[in-house]
Ligand binder design. Structure first.
Ligand SMILES: [Zn+2]
Length: 320
């Protein structure tokens, strides 16, 4: 009897166990194939983590765009974020990762790479709206799975910003390098963005103090502000402050302004600055994308509006 039971057990193990192991190893294999991972440097925690690409894209989309934006705008944002990542990964595979990344392919510093927030943290912020919002963002990312923006068959540097001045900037006017797909286009929806207009006022004393601290060689005998040179879109490329030539982007950050599209008004003992738009103004405008989505445009049409001459393609792997 004992022998018989042992025999039955052996049969069960052989007939059920082996197929189970085969199926399990196959499904593990498939899972690895389906979910690529990338290393991410989480700046706030000063650590490098391996993350599944699509989950990372969801968390970037959640950090970069309000969940109440149109689905097609969220899809455009998801593709832009995935493209930005792919572009960085492929560049760093050939060169090396920047020092700021502590060895990772991408970082969570929005001023260096793209903003990111963990699903856990976003869940806390959203509270009762978590499920509705996360499902919407997840859906936007899933519906565009593996899609990236290409130019000459290469993933583009898919930069984006909150709100343009009504016209986006040429990359060459902002960063110096000529990029075929990052050229100035009209973005009329931005005029409706809640971030379109802003202003700042400084007393003359305050204005001069900041300039003296940040710009070497300032001499007020050489004038206050002059030689303002603007891009076609209206952003300040360079200007002279106290006789010293300064880049518009440096001036913007020095005075904590939202963009380089600045009108300066000198009011005797104070200076008022009126600013249009929010961000560097290059590539896709997020509010402009939402406006186009409200007008019935699909995500690929939105992307092709902001990135000139591009295609939307499916990749096989984020790595080359
Ligand atoms: Zn980075």
């Amino acid at each position: 009897m004992k022998r018989f039971l042992l025999f039955v057990c052996m049969i069960i193990i052989i007939t059920a166990g082996i197929p189970f192991l085969i199926v399990k190893s196959l499904s593990d294999y498939k899972r690895v194939e389906e979910t690529e991972k990338i290393s991410v440097y989480i700046k706030a925690e000063d650590k490098v983590c391996d993350m599944e690409v699509e989950q990372y894209i969801k968390e970037v989309t959640a950090a970069e765009m309000p969940a109440d934006f149109e689905l097609e705008a969220l899809k455009a944002q998801a593709v832009a974020a995935r493209t930005y990542l792919t572009n960085r990964v492929r560049v760093y595979e050939k060169t090396q990762t920047p020092e700021e990344h502590k060895g990772a392919m991408i970082c969570t510093d929005s001023t260096h790479c793209k903003a990111w927030i963990s699903e856990e943290k976003k869940k806390e912020q959203w509270g009762d709206d978590y499920k509705k919002n996360w499902d919407k963002i997840s859906n936007a990312v899933d519906l565009t799975k593996n899609l990236i923006i290409t130019y000459n068959s290469q993933p583009i540097s898919a930069v984006f910003h909150s709100t343009s001045s009504g016209t986006t900037e040429n990359a060459k006017d902002v960063w110096g390098g000529d990029v075929g797909y990052l050229v100035s286009v009209k973005s009329e929806g931005d005029l409706k963005s809640p971030k379109f207009n802003s202003d700042a006022e400084f007393s003359m004393e305050e204005f001069k103090k900041i300039a003296e601290e940040k710009i070497e060689g300032v001499n007020w005998d050489n004038g206050l502000i002059d030689n303002i040179i603007r891009s076609d879109a209206g952003g300040i490329k360079t200007l002279s402050v106290g006789g010293v030539s300064v880049k518009g982007s440096d001036f913007r950050f020095m005075y904590g302004l939202r963009s380089t599209n600045i009108e300066i008004e000198i009011l005797g003992d104070s200076i008022k600055m009126y600013v249009k738009g929010y961000g560097h103004g290059v590539g896709m405008s997020q509010y402009g994308a939402n406006y186009l989505a409200q007008e019935g445009k699909k995500f690929d049409e939105i992307l092709k509006t902001y990135y000139s001459g591009v295609e939307i393609e499916k990749y096989n792997s984020i790595f080359e």
